[in-house]
Design a protein around this ligand. Structure first.
Ligand code: CDP
Length: 218
């Protein structure tokens, strides 16, 4: 079975938690596509041409330590405006999306550019202040000390760059279901996402059964 769940949205809206929970619930593979851009940004930080780095990226690069820092997030969003960098990462993401057994991909342009045919598209959002609070707590838990105002400024700066770029700007796909998690518990947000995937899977199964029946009757 091939089944793609595309989850987009701005920084710290809850995409990661929701994506992991959906993947676990349905036994799908999960790709955090932000890691691709973070890995390129981190490597460019120590020297190199962003396009050459993106073209040479290997899956092991996504497992290196230190990709979650605010500095790497900024570096990621800077390399993410370069069209050739984005183009170099398309095939890997599309192959992942259509793998056998189902896949969840989260990022900024999954429903709009990478997988416009995804069976489910979700756009997860929340106010900048709520997202900054969540990211600030996450960073504190991982031992990275940051001032809340600096985290909020970082979130806003990245939002502006991600939404304002010419190639694959962050925006909801026309047929995406929007989930605003500003005043929602993470459990409620996960439940809404799981319900949307369940409904789309049932619809896909019904359509497949109808096609089989038509084929059998012909
Ligand atoms: O975890 P967080 O939401 O803060 O960021 P991320 O998903 O790891 O993405 C880091 C940066 O990579 C984003 O700010 C985007 O600029 C870029 N990105 C992108 O352009 N397209 C994607 N599909 C995923 C990430």
């Amino acid at each position: 079975m091939r089944f793609t769940v595309a989850i987009d949205g701005p920084a710290a809206a809850g995409k990661g938690t929701i994506s992991k929970a959906v993947a676990a619930q349905f036994g799908f593979a999960h790709l955090d596509t932000g890691l691709l851009y973070r890995a390129v940004g981190a490597k460019v930080g120590v020297g190199g041409d962003p396009v050459a780095v993106a073209r040479a990226l290997v899956p092991q690069d996504l497992a290196v330590e230190g990709l979650r820092t605010p500095e790497v997030a900024q570096a990621a969003s800077k390399v993410a405006v370069i069209s050739e960098v984005r183009a170099a990462l398309v095939a890997f993401q599309r192959d992942f999306a259509r793998r056998e057994g189902g896949a969840v991909l989260d990022g900024r342009d999954i429903g709009t550019v990478i997988c416009p045919e995804a069976e489910v598209k979700l756009y997860i959002t929340a106010s900048a202040e709520v997202r900054a609070t969540r990211r600030w707590k996450e960073l504190c838990e991982t031992g990275i000390t940051q001032d809340y105002d600096a985290v909020l400024a970082e979130v806003r700066e990245r939002d502006a760059r991600d939404m304002g770029r010419a190639d694959a700007p962050l925006r909801p796909a026309q047929d995406a279901r929007e989930i605003d998690t500003s005043e929602m518990s993470i459990e409620a947000a996960v439940a809404a996402a799981v319900a949307a995937v369940s409904a789309a899977m049932s619809a896909a199964e019904t359509a497949t059964a109808a096609m089989r029946q038509l084929g059998g009757e012909a």
